[in-house]
Design a protein around this ligand. Structure first.
Ligand code: ZN
Length: 108
């Protein structure tokens, strides 16, 4: 399944882009992804495995939420939360389905 081209984080529509060999502009270090609030895009390194790409998208969404909500989450907290949420969603497909389609099922 192809990833979406857009990710809506609260009221901001980010373009979701993939690229290889991403580097931090300031440090030059290799990175797995970044989000750019001003340019409204999230960019993920697509040379890592597909599951890690998804976790990294979640990671960048958390950065976006943190910026917009004024959270002071450390990089370590975001790293941990993205892996934890990924694991919960992956291990609970019925819960995920209920979250996404609960209103339709409830009306039957
Ligand atoms: Zn980060």
């Amino acid at each position: 399944m192809k990833p979406p081209k857009k990710v809506k984080v609260l009221w901001i529509d980010y373009d979701l882009k993939f690229s290889k060999r991403l580097r931090d502009d300031e440090t030059g270090e290799m990175i797995w992804g970044y989000h750019d609030l001003l340019r409204k895009h999230i960019c993920i390194d697509d040379s890592v495995c597909p599951e890690l790409q998804r976790i990294n998208v979640m990671h960048e969404i958390l950065h976006g939420l943190g910026h917009m909500c004024g959270w002071e989450l450390s990089e370590r907290m975001i790293e941990s939360l993205s892996h934890q949420w990924w694991t919960v969603l992956k291990n609970n497909p019925q819960l995920k389905e209920w979250f996404m389609h609960g209103n339709k099922a409830d009306s039957k």
